[in-house]
Design a binder for this molecule. Structure first.
Ligand SMILES: NC(=O)c1ccc[n+]([C@@H]2O[C@H](COP(=O)([O-])OP(=O)(O)OC[C@H]3O[C@@H](n4cnc5c(N)ncnc54)[C@H](OP(=O)(O)O)[C@@H]3O)[C@@H](O)[C@H]2O)c1
Length: 328
């Protein structure tokens, strides 16, 4: 019998739409390490143990399998649709046909609406799944406000049509947000951004909160299982940082769990990935027990190393110098 969590104790975040979402969700990107069936089974177990927020995307290539599991959870009366908060994202090659992309995700997930639908990247640049980090698509282009707003308007129409309840942006920077926010008829309700102790993005986090945009943190543990092609010699491991290890020892918990407690207490909504039951249970449970102290939160601020893991170099356009150009 798997452990259940008192979900009434999981903190929540309120969107500007009035919707309420749990302050932690389950990531569903298995890269090439975990199969769609392993991930969808984890979704089944995670929802049974108390998860109510799932971070999905068409490019993760598992929405169909997750949809089958959701159908199982509904028919077994484990949860109702209304109790779940489900995200999905339009991939970069579908910026000109967002409605078609959203309808495909709805059909794969077996849902009549998505709670929060993201523009996954602010560029229409795409690459073959699993391609080498140095590969370049000759059709890739720098960020364009006009092109982005064309995609965003299509997202706004999804809200009008009732296919999605809220829309969000992902992989943005403050300067891109400043350029597009005044042009939005419907403001983004959330911003999905990389965030872990060694890459806190404090300015972007503060900017989102000040604009009533809920920050959702991806790679919250520092993505320790990412493939070799996504690693560089400068990357640090969050779970080995002395600040994180010290706090883990104080509480007798795994350093991964420290990263998650810190994120939630800071006001983030982290979306850790795991297909392993003891891990995903301890990840959610840690939001309900034994909080970090103010001194520990201060200590973890010092874990910042400006270590961006998802550099996005495969989205660079011909002539671009290096991946930093994506983040200007
Ligand atoms: N919007 C975007 O562009 C974007 C980009 C990247 C990711 N995301 C989202 O963010 C989610 C999370 O990112 P991520 O999967 O890269 O990184 P992550 O959540 O930081 O790391 C996941 C890995 O951490 C380990 N782990 C998890 N819980 C643990 C625990 N309690 N104790 C010890 N180890 C633990 C597991 O490794 P093992 O499997 O080796 O045990 C797991 O595979 C994705 O699944 C996806 O939904 C979004």
């Amino acid at each position: 019998m798997s452990e259940t969590i008192d979900i009434t104790k999981v903190p929540v975040r309120k969107l500007h739409t009035g919707a309420v979402m749990p302050a932690m969700g389950l990531g569903t990107f298995g890269s090439d390490k975990y199969s769609p069936d392993q991930i969808s089974e984890a979704v089944y177990g995670a929802v049974k143990s108390g998860y109510r927020m799932l971070d999905c995307a068409s490019v993760y290539q598992n929405e169909h399998q997750i949809g089958e599991v959701l159908g199982r959870l509904f028919s077994e009366n484990v949860v109702s649709r209304e109790e779940l908060f489900i995200t999905s994202k339009v991939w970069n090659d579908q910026h000109r046909e967002v409605r078609k992309a959203c309808e495909k995700s709805l059909s794969d997930l077996g849902l009549s609406y998505i709670d929060l639908y993201f523009v996954h990247w602010p560029f229409p640049n795409y690459h073959a799944p699993g391609c080498d980090g140095d590969s370049r698509n000759p059709d890739s282009k720098p960020f364009s406000v006009d092109e982005f707003m064309d995609t965003w308007k299509q997202c706004e129409e999804l809200v009008d049509a009732g296919l999605v309840k809220a829309i969000g942006m992902s992989n943005m920077t403050i300067s891109k947000l400043e350029a597009v926010l005044p042009l939005c008829r419907i403001k983004p309700a959330a911003l999905e951004m990389e965030c872990h102790p060694s890459f806190q993005q404090q300015d972007l986090f503060d900017y989102a909160v000040a604009h009533d945009i809920v920050p959702i943190g991806f790679c919250p543990i520092g993505s320790p299982s990412r493939p070799e092609r996504d690693r560089t010699a400068e990357d640090v491991a969050d779970t080995e940082l002395p600040e994180v290890v010290t706090v883990a020892k104080n509480h007798g918990i795994h350093p991964a769990v420290v990263c998650l407690k810190w994120a939630v207490q800071r006001g983030m909504c982290p979306i850790p990935f795991s297909v392993k039951e003891p891990q995903y249970i301890s990840n959610l449970k840690c939001t309900t027990v034994d909080p970090l102290t103010d001194d520990e939160m201060e200590l973890l601020k010092k874990a910042e190393r400006n270590c961006r893991l998802v550099k996005g170099q495969v989205f660079l356009w011909p002539g671009a110098e290096d991946w930093q150009e994506l983040w200007q």
